[in-house]
Design a protein around this ligand. Sequence first.
Ligand SMILES: [Zn+2]
Ligand SMILES: [Zn+2]
Ligand SMILES: [Zn+2]
Length: 461
Amino acid sequence: MQEKYQNRLKLAFPQDDFIWIGEAEPLPWHPWFGQFDTVAAVLQQERRPDMIVVSLPAAEQDHCLIALRQHGATALCQILVCNDSPLSPYLGNGHWDDTYAEKYQAYTLRRQQVKLDCEDISHKLLCYLWCHQEALLAPRLIPEQKYLYDYPLLTAWGMSADDSFSWLNELQKNNWITKASLSNRLRFCPSCHSGHLNYVDICPQCQSIDIEHQSSLHCFNCGHVGAQQSFRKFNSLSCPNCLQPLRHIGVDYDRPIENQHCNDCHSLFVEALVEAECLHCKLSSAINELHVRNVYRFKLAPHGRAFVRQGHTPSLFNVTPGEQMTRGQFYWLLDWQNKLAKRHGQTHCILSVQMLNVAEFLSAEGEARGFAQLDALQERLRSVIRVTDACSNDTQDGLLMLLPMTDMSQLKSIYNKLFNLKELQSAAKIELSVKAVTLPAEIGENVADWLTDQLIKAKPM
Ligand SMILES: [Zn+2]
Ligand SMILES: [Zn+2]
Ligand SMILES: [Zn+2]
């Protein structure tokens, strides 16, 4: 007990709930662990450990990892293993060694920033990818299953392999996750969707599978084409059809490029047809009829990160004090204000603020620091925008503001505030493009098109 207490004092960060499952061999640098023999014993206690180390025989360890990821309290937890098991690269977060403190601190920092609840499986995946630095959602080959690949993390969360591929597509369309790399390209039976296919080369004339390679000769004298064997006569060649002796290749005879022979219909051909026969339902399909699936590793996309950290629809500009409206509402308001401006001789301003380099910025600054700076930028924007100004998120990295009763000269102060901010971020390189357009104007039928054209024309401030 004394020894455990001393180990505890060696920690440089506040002691949290660390759990060790399996056989432990405590070393001097180890922190204090609650020790358990089985995963069931851990889950029974209904605690929320901050870090888990698993040291079990391979098969048992895989069961343990699945159980931990399935359970709500440990689904996102940092889990380290002493030795690899088949599932540990997919369900674990690396190896237990004396660099754990660094990994653990990075994990807790990220975990604290999560604002999204994890009830929904898509949210759970985003949170998982956020919490574990450089985490990828990786596919695993399972040759014995007809779908060939699954995502073990999603399987542990109860999603079938078949469903997971289309589901991941949806997440990509939301810009929450993005492809990290292509693992494989698979082909499936168009009828039963099995990946267990046998590729057979067949005769293009009669579809027989009884074909073989055959060296053939072509007699120039009579045009006869036949197996080389049938031209042989002792040590020389002569045509079995016209009996002409063949001495010089290119003069008397040549070798045709058709060197495949069908033993059923005896045709000669250059290339066999290839068909895929499904080993489950026996359907034979041409290669171009098979269903193709690319299998990717996925990582969190910048908008997924923002979503996890903000806990609502990702937009890097969420300027709550000004009225946040949809694009449609914004255009309607713009049109209406334009009519009023014409009638009463008023001037309004439309300000567009775009972030040009969000992804590059985050990768250059590191995510944790980068997001803190984006937060500071948003804070600053809140102070710039008056409550009477209407805002709309134009794109996910940008913001449109309607500033009533404002002309270009008054924009100067807003512009200065924005650019002071840029100076504050001395190390940071958030590139902002600020443009302004004034009303009244001849807008025409389509407000959105008009505004796009004007903003393209406008010079950045
Ligand atoms: Zn099939
Ligand atoms: Zn001949
Ligand atoms: Zn044939």
